[in-house]
Design a protein around this ligand. Structure first.
Ligand code: ADP
Ligand code: F6P
Length: 488
C-alpha cells in the first residue's frame, strides 16, 4: 500500500455519492443545475456554507463527468459513473442491496456479484479523487452507505489523513447484516476511518457487534479494536476506532427565518385557500420510498374516511411524494400501489370540489416546503424505518405560530429525541395509527402548543451546526472522546 499518492491542496474534503447540485438534462437537450434530493444534501449544504473545502461526488447523470468547478467557497469535484455503473453501483448495490438490508429488509435485498464488483470499482474511484484533492494531513469526511469502502481505500493510500465517516441511514442488527456476502469487506472498509458517526446509539452498537461477530474484533464501549490481517487486502492494517451516535439535524435558524418571511406566510394562506379552507389539513412529505410508510398511512386515512371519522371538505390530506430511484423495481411497484390507492380513495370519498387526498409527485423549493408545513395542522411522519427524518424537524421549525401537531413513527431516528412531545405511533398497527391521528386532530389546543414549544426548543438547541461541530470534534480526538473543551 502506497503513501506516495499525489497530494492536493484542500485541508477539508467531503465525499458523498452526490454533489450538492445535480446536473439535469432538460427536454430540449440543454443542462441545468438543481439542488440534489435527500436529507444529506439539505444538512451538508448549510454546514458547508462559507467553508473552504472540496466536495467529491457524482453530478447526477451517467456518462462523462463535468470538469471540477467552484461554487462559492466550495470546489466541486465530479466523479464519473458510466451507465453500467449507474445501474450496478447506484441503483443495484447501493439501492437494491444495501438500502433494503439496512432498513429492516422491508423488501428483500438483491445480491449480485457483478453489482459488488461495480461498488468496489466506484468506491476506488472516489478514494482516488479524495486523495487527489486532499492536502497533507487534511480532514476527510465521507458520507453514507454508498461509500463504505472509501475510508480504508483512502487510508491505504494516504495514512497522513484524518478520516471520518457518517452513516445517514440505520446500521442493521448483526442478524440482518450477516446476510451480506461481503460483510467482512464492508466492515474492513469502514474501520479505515478514525471516527464513525451514527444517527442513534443503537446503530453504533449494531456496528460494533457486527465487527465482533464477523471480524472477531473486540468492542468495548464505543471503541472497536481490530488486530488486522496479513492477507494484503483492502484495510488489512490493525485499527482502533471510535463509533458513536451524533444525530443529524437541520439549519434551524435559517429555516425558521425562511418560514417566518412574509412571502412564505402569504403563500401558506394561498395554499390553504386553494384547498377550500378546510378545518384540518393533514400532510405527508416524503421521497417516494417504501421505507417511509406511505402505504400504511394511506390505509389508515382510507379507513378513517370509510368510518366517517374524517371527511372532506372539513378534513383533507395532502401527500407530497418526491420522485426517487424510479428505475429500481421495488420503487416502480410502490409508485403503482400508491397511485392506485390514492385513485381508489378519491373515487370513493371525494366530491366535486372536495378532494379527500391531494397527491403531488413533484419536487419543490424550500419556500414552498416551508409554506406547506405551515398549512399542516397535523403532520404525518410514519416511516417503517428511517435513519433520522429531517422532515419532522423542518415541520416543527416552520410552525412559528406554535400550533400544529406531529405524528411520528417510533422507528425513526428523530423519535429518539422527540418522542416525549410528539404523537408517537407504530405505523404497522393501523388501528393504533388511526387512533393517534384522531388524537392529534382532536387534542386540546393548549396541549398541542405545549408539545410544539418543547419540540421547537429541542431542534433549535440541537441544530445542524451543533451536529457538525460534535462530529468534527469527535473526529479530531478519535479514538478518544473529545474533552468538553475540545467540542467546538
Ligand atoms: P431522506 O434523506 O430519506 O430523503 P429526510 O426526511 O431526512 O429523508 O430528508 C428529506 C429532505 O428532502 C428534507 O429536507 C425535505 O424537506 C426535502 N424534501 C422532501 N420532499 C421534497 C419535495 N417534494 N420537494 C423538495 N424537497 C423535498
Ligand atoms: O440519507 C439518505 C439518502 O440516501 C442520501 O444518501 C441521499 O442523498 C438521499 O437519501 C436521496 O437518495 P438518492 O441520492 O438515491 O436520490
Amino acid at each position: 500500500m502506497t503513501s506516495s499518492a499525489p497530494h492536493g491542496t484542500y485541508d477539508f474534503v467531503i465525499a458523498a455519492n452526490r454533489l450538492p447540485v445535480d446536473q439535469q438534462v432538460q427536454p430540449d437537450g440543454s443542462t441545468a443545475w438543481k439542488t440534489s434530493p435527500g436529507g444529506l444534501v439539505t444538512a451538508m449544504e448549510s454546514v458547508m456554507k462559507g467553508r473552504e473545502a472540496a466536495w467529491v461526488g457524482w453530478a447526477g447523470v451517467a456518462g462523462e463527468a463535468p470538469e471540477p468547478f467552484d461554487d462559492d467557497t466550495l470546489r466541486l469535484h465530479p466523479v464519473p459513473l458510466s451507465t453500467e455503473e449507474h445501474n450496478e453501483y447506484y441503483e443495484g448495490f447501493s439501492n437494491d442491496t444495501l438500502w433494503p438490508l439496512y432498513h429492516d429488509v422491508i423488501v428483500p435485498p438483491t445480491f449480485h456479484r457483478t453489482w459488488w464488483a461495480a461498488y468496489r470499482r466506484v468506491n476506488e474511484r472516489f478514494a482516488e479523487a479524495v486523495c487527489e484533492v486532499a492536502a497533507e494531513g487534511a480532514t476527510v469526511w465521507i458520507h453514507d452507505y454508498q461509500l463504505q469502502l472509501v475510508p480504508a481505500m483512502v487510508r491505504d493510500r494516504r495514512p497522513d489523513l484524518r478520516i471520518g465517516w457518517f452513516d445517514h441511514i440505520p446500521f442493521p442488527p448483526v442478524e440482518l447484516f450477516a446476510q451480506l456476502p461481503w460483510r467482512a469487506q464492508i466492515l474492513r472498509g469502514l474501520l479505515g476511518a478514525d471516527f464513525l458517526g451514527f444517527q442513534r446509539a443503537d446503530d453504533a452498537r449494531n456496528f460494533a457487534r457486527s465487527c465482533r461477530a464477523v471480524l472477531g474484533a473486540t468492542a468495548k464501549g464505543e471503541k472497536v479494536e481490530w488486530a488486522g490481517s496479513d492477507d494484503g487486502r483492502i484495510g488489512a492494517a490493525p485499527r482502533t476506532v471510535r463509533a458513536a451516535a451524533v444525530p443529524i439535524s437541520i439549519d434551524a435558524s435559517g429555516f425558521r427565518e425562511l418560514a417566518d418571511s412574509p412571502a412564505v406566510r402569504e403563500r401558506a394562506q394561498a395554499i390553504r385557500a386553494s384547498l377550500g379552507d378546510p378545518e384540518v389539513v393533514l400532510l405527508g412529505v416524503d421521497r417516494l420510498d417504501y421505507t417511509k410508510g406511505i402505504r400504511h398511512r394511506l390505509r389508515a386515512i382510507g379507513e378513517l374516511l370509510e368510518e366517517g371519522s374524517i371527511a372532506p371538505p372539513q378534513v383533507t390530506f395532502v401527500q407530497v411524494a418526491t420522485p426517487s430511484r424510479e428505475r429500481v423495481e421495488a420503487y416502480r411497484m410502490l409508485r403503482e400501489q400508491i397511485e392506485g390507492t390514492v385513485g381508489r380513495i378519491n373515487g370513493d370519498f371525494s366530491h366535486l370540489g372536495d378532494t379527500a387526498v391531494h397527491y403531488l409527485h413533484q419536487s419543490y423549493g424550500r419556500e414552498e416546503m416551508a409554506a406547506l408545513f405551515q398549512v399542516a395542522d397535523v403532520m404525518l411522519v410514519t416511516p417503517l424505518r428511517d435513519g433520522m427524518n429531517l422532515v419532522a424537524k423542518e415541520y416543527v421549525t416552520a410552525r412559528h405560530d406554535g400550533k400544529g401537531a406531529l405524528v411520528l413513527s417510533e422507528f425513526t431516528g428523530a423519535a429518539e429525541e422527540m418522542r416525549n412531545h410528539v404523537y408517537l405511533c407504530n405505523p404497522h398497527d393501523i388501528t393504533g395509527l388511526k387512533e393517534t391521528i384522531l388524537r392529534a386532530i382532536n387534542d386540546n389546543p393548549e396541549e398541542k402548543e405545549r408539545r410544539m414549544k418543547a419540540l421547537r426548543r429541542r431542534v433549535r438547541t440541537h441544530d445542524v451546526q451543533a451536529w457538525a461541530s460534535a462530529f468534527l470534534s469527535a473526529l479530531a480526538s478519535a479514538p478518544e472522546r473529545p474533552t468538553r473543551k475540545e467540542v467546538r
